[in-house]
Write a protein of this length. Structure first.
Length: 767
């Protein structure tokens, strides 16, 4: 304890010593400020005076050693009887040259003795305060020991209370009436046993609700199963209906096959007659091909002229782009010219600023010269004072001072002349550079303006040539369009007749092929649908069997879970072991006292520190107590879990505990599997529903196809009715009767028959 106290006592001593040194240094600095000047010239003059004073001091010491009797050192001391004006002059000279060091030394000795007395007093005060602090520390340690013993006793009492609480919490059974009473009260008013009973009863209720939810899910799964069975029955009925429609379609297919074979024979005969007309049409097609070649050649010429026009437009666009670029360059040069002008103005301003600085320097030089004059006057005064005593030494000193002053003056003049010459040269160079830059910018501007005029003339010429080419090409295009339209009309006239003959033939052949493909597709789809429905029916039966087995295992598991939960809720936990108390460690650490503060303030600070540390210790104890309370609560929760496990073990006392836990986990996994299988069944139901909708759509398509087949059958019957009239038509043709007035079996004239039927009749008559 002595080490820090001594250090705290020494620190104010060091502060006092440093303050005294600062005061002495400040007094010396004031004396220096009174005699020295602030700029460099005055500093050099003072250095020269110091060197001169050193020389004068050496001379005086030599005189004192030689026994001259007129001693400067005695005159500067405390001898009052020495003589007159010489003594005052020597004292003034020694004050100016040595800055009174003897007086400063005496002041330092006086301050040092005062500091020693002050240090002794502070040391005695610190010793008394240290003894008081030791007594207070011993008292605080005694109070801490008493508090620790008291808290150990309270800890053992709390452990006993906790053991009694654990014993009282052995029974967790609670009736509904007691539960409602406990629920109506606040949690702060409940005891620990009542709080635990309330929470356990809440957990039991939650589990009962969960069991009820599982039962509801089970009922929903059963209803879903019944719905799937109903849907399967409906799909089976739909399959039976599809089989009936299949038989009808097969009969219709046989009839259509016979009718199509007869129709094909007739169409082959008609194709042979159409082949002859095809040869005549081919000769016409050759003529049309020649006309198409001519039109293509004209179109190629038109495209070439369009390309030339596009090239001219691209050239014009490039010329316009060049004009824009030249304008941008001219703008850039204008901006550069403006920047150069701004730089020139800024340089002019800089030159003016430099001239102002030069004038300031000239003024400073004049001031220094005036200071030199004043220094010279001081020097002359000093020389007059030293003339009676110095002799040759004073002459040497004067020569040195004159040489130093002349050297400084010459150096100052040389520096000022060098600065002036440098500024003049710099100004001349900058003006020359600016003039060259201005000439260069003006030349660039003239060159770009000439280039811009040339580009504008060129763009005008290109625009004139472009307008001429546009007019010429437009005239040629109009002429070529007229020629192409005439030839196009001729081509269309020849092609229409050829297309009309081919369209009828192509339509009949395409319709026949479409009918064949539809019949083949219907047969394939029917067989594929039959196989797929058989497979799906077998799969659904297997799934129903597996679902029945899963539902059976699910119901058994639900019954086992209900029994287990019921037994767990009725089981009571045996007694629980004693709790082990924990030790309390406490320590007090006080900080060092503040050095340099008064004794009363230090006592107050120490008392506040003690109170803060006690408050912190109490807070730590409160946090430890809360932590212990949380640990006890965790133990209560662990005991609740142990009770639940014991209740489970009571139900299955013949089987080992681990086996029962694994069995419960397996049952939970089976529940999850049942839920997943239920989701899969719902998805499969949705797929079956979509398939049923698709089957309905296909049935509608088959009905539409059947209707189309029936319409085609009616058309074939109509053609069959018209076939016997062919001989009558030939007879009327030989007799010279007009085909437009030939009577028909249905009482309709040939001119009133539809276009397609009339075309067939004309073909037959052509044969």
């Amino acid at each position: 304890m002595d080490g820090p106290q001594d250090f705290g006592a020494v620190s104010p001593i060091a502060d006092d010593i440093s303050s005294v040194g600062v005061e002495s240094h400040s007094s010396l600095g004031k004396l220096d400020a009174e005699t020295d000047e602030e700029d460099n010239l005055s500093a050099e003059i003072d250095a020269a005076l110091a060197r001169a004073s050193e020389g004068a001091g050496g001379v005086l010491m030599q005189r004192n050693a030689g026994g001259g009797g007129k001693s400067i050192s005695k005159a500067s001391g405390e001898d009052v009887g020495g003589g007159g004006t010489r003594k005052k002059l020597l004292e003034d000279l020694s004050f100016q040259l040595t800055l009174q060091p003897e007086e400063a030394i005496r002041r330092n000795e006086v301050e040092r003795t005062a500091l020693e007395v002050q240090l002794e007093h502070q040391r005695w005060v610190h010793k008394n305060e240290l003894e008081k602090e030791r007594k207070m520390h011993a008292e605080a340690v005694a109070t801490l020991k008493q508090e620790m013993d008291r808290k150990l006793l309270t800890h053992y009492d709390m452990a006993k209370d906790l053991q009694s609480i654990k014993i009282s919490l052995g029974d967790f059974s609670l009736s509904e009436k007691n539960y409602e009473e406990l629920r109506s009260r606040k949690e702060e008013a409940l005891s620990l046993r009542e709080y635990v009973l309330l929470k356990v009863h809440n957990v039991k209720k939650d589990r009962e609700k969960r069991i009820q939810a599982l039962e509801r899910e089970k009922e929903e799964a059963q209803t879903a199963k019944q719905e799937t069975l109903l849907k399967l029955e409906r799909t089976e009925a739909g399959l039976a209906r599809l089989e009936q429609s299949r038989d009808g379609l097969q009969a219709d297919y046989a009839l259509l096959r016979e009718q199509s074979s007869a129709q094909i024979t007739k169409l082959t005969e008609e194709l042979s007659s159409l082949q002859q007309s095809k040869d005549s049409v081919e000769s016409r097609s050759r003529v049309l091909a020649q006309l198409e070649q001519n039109t293509r050649r004209l179109e190629d010429d038109l495209h070439a002229s369009k390309r030339e026009a596009a090239k001219l437009e691209s050239r014009l666009a490039e010329a316009q782009i060049d004009v824009v670029k030249n304008q941008e360059k001219a703008n850039e040069l204008d901006t550069k010219l403006c920047l150069s002008q701004q730089q020139e103005s800024s340089l002019v301003k800089q030159v003016s600023l430099l001239e102002i600085a030069n004038e300031k320097l000239q003024g400073d030089l004049d001031a220094t010269l005036s200071r030199l004059d004043s220094a010279k006057e001081k020097k002359r005064d000093l020389v007059r004072k030293f003339e009676l005593e110095k002799g040759k030494d004073t002459l040497d000193l004067q020569e040195r001072i004159d040489a130093e002053v002349s050297r400084l003056k010459e150096q100052m003049e040389m520096d000022v002349g060098r600065i002036r010459s440098n500024l003049v040269e710099l100004h001349a160079k900058e003006v020359a550079l600016l003039k060259e830059r201005v000439h260069y910018v003006e030349g660039e501007r003239e060159r770009l303006s000439r280039k811009l005029q040339d580009e504008e003339h060129r763009s005008q010429e290109l625009q004139v040539s472009l307008t001429n080419t546009h007019s010429r090409l437009s005239n040629e295009i109009t002429e070529l369009k007229g020629v192409s339209r005439l030839r196009h009309f001729e081509v269309e006239k020849y092609s229409l007749s050829y297309e009309e003959t081919l369209q009828a033939l192509n339509k009949e052949t395409q319709e026949n092929e479409v009918l064949k493909k539809k019949v083949e597709l219907l047969t394939k789809e029917y067989y594929e649908m039959e196989v797929r429905l058989k497979k799906e029916h077998a799969g659904t039966e297997m799934e129903n069997v597996t679902l029945k087995e899963q539902l059976k295992s699910y119901t058994d598991m639900e019954l086992e879970l209900n029994g287990a939960l019921k037994d767990i809720s009725e089981y009571r936990d045996p007694a629980i072991g004693n709790a082990v108390p924990s030790s309390v460690e406490d320590a007090l650490i006080l900080g060092a006292t503040l050095s340099g503060a008064p004794s009363q303030a230090r006592r107050r600070i120490q008392e506040s520190l003690l109170l803060a540390q006690q408050l912190q210790r109490k807070g730590k104890e409160l946090a430890d107590a809360r932590g212990e309370l949380e640990v006890e609560r965790e133990k209560v929760r662990a005991l609740q879990k142990a009770k639940m496990l014991a209740e489970q073990a009571k139900e299955w006392h013949d089987e080992p505990r681990h086996y029962l836990v694994e069995q419960l986990r397996e049952k939970e996994g089976e529940i999850l599997d049942l839920r997943r299988s239920q989701e899969l069944l719902e998805r499969e139901y949705e797929t079956l529903k979509d398939r049923f909708v698709e089957l309905q759509d296909r049935g509608r398509e088959t009905e539409a196809d059947l209707k189309a087949i029936l319409t085609q059958r009616e058309q074939l019957e109509y053609l069959k009715q018209q076939a016997p009239q062919r001989e009558q038509l030939e007879f009327m043709k030989q007799s010279g009767a007009s085909s437009a007035f030939i009577p028909r079996s249905d009482g309709v004239k040939l001119s009133q028959v539809p276009a397609k039927v009339a075309w067939f009749d004309n073909l037959r008559s052509a044969k």
